[in-house]
Design a protein around this ligand. Structure first.
Ligand code: NI
Ligand code: MN
Length: 229
């Protein structure tokens, strides 16, 4: 299988059997994205939370492709009101075995909401991280989160190969805490995410990688992929 970073917190996965996954497809409004929302193919869209820089183009892509959307229960309820019917709601701590692999929703210390056209905030349940077991690989997308001590338990419980960790600060943990998170998670490789998209989350990912054990940091440019055997 192969995964590709698309800037911010967006990834696509191309699995060995041809299945295509998208995580947090923030494309059109993402200045760093290498994608065009109208060209993206997906069988499944996985969401960490409802903020617009994660929900992104989900509704348009789901309507065009018929992709199944996997997300927190309240976020799914909202998407159903928007006309999305191929959905699978979950909640923190739960896992489910999909045809492509297993998804576990893990806690994230953050919030999850959207603004409607009138400017009112709609709360969309808890934000989550995603622990994925796909094609024999364990991959952890932390979503938007602060550092939390239970990352150590996640690290003891799951043999994480790749962890995608936010380093942008301001809205999530910054580089120092993300390095601490990496230590707790014991992941083989760390991919920094959620930085440089907006001025307030500007960071140097190479300086972050210097805080990690040697050869464990993997800085990906938008459009860059990693192939897992
Ligand atoms: Ni967020
Ligand atoms: Mn975010």
């Amino acid at each position: 299988m192969k995964f590709t970073f698309h800037g911010h917190a967006c990834f696509s996965f191309a699995l060995d059997d041809g299945t295509k996954l998208l995580i947090d497809p923030f494309i059109t409004e993402n200045p760093l994205s290498d994608l065009k929302a109208a060209d993206v193919q997906a069988d499944y869209i996985l969401l960490t939370h409802g903020h617009s820089d994660h929900l992104g183009d989900t509704i348009a892509i789901a309507k065009r492709t018929g992709a199944k959307v996997i997300a927190m229960f309240e976020l799914i309820e909202y998407l159903m009101e928007q006309g999305i019917s191929n959905v699978h709601g979950m909640n923190v701590g739960g896992s489910f075995r999909f045809p492509f692999g297993t998804v576990k929703m893990t806690q994230a210390l953050h919030s999850s909401s959207l603004q409607d056209e009138a400017g009112n905030i709609i709360y969309l349940g808890a934000p989550v991280g995603l622990m994925l077991a796909i094609d024999g690989h364990v991959i952890y997308h932390a979503g938007d989160t602060s550092f939390f001590e239970d990352m150590e338990t996640l690290g003891r419980t799951y043999p994480i190969e790749y962890a995608f960790l936010p380093i942008g600060d301001n809205f999530t943990m910054g580089p120092l805490e993300a390095a601490r998170a990496a230590e707790k998670l014991q992941a083989k490789y760390i991919v920094p995410i959620h930085y440089d998209t907006f001025p307030v989350i500007r960071q140097d990912p190479y300086a972050f990688v210097e805080l990690l054990p040697a050869n464990s940091g993997r800085v990906l440019k938008p459009g860059e992929s990693i192939v897992l055997k």
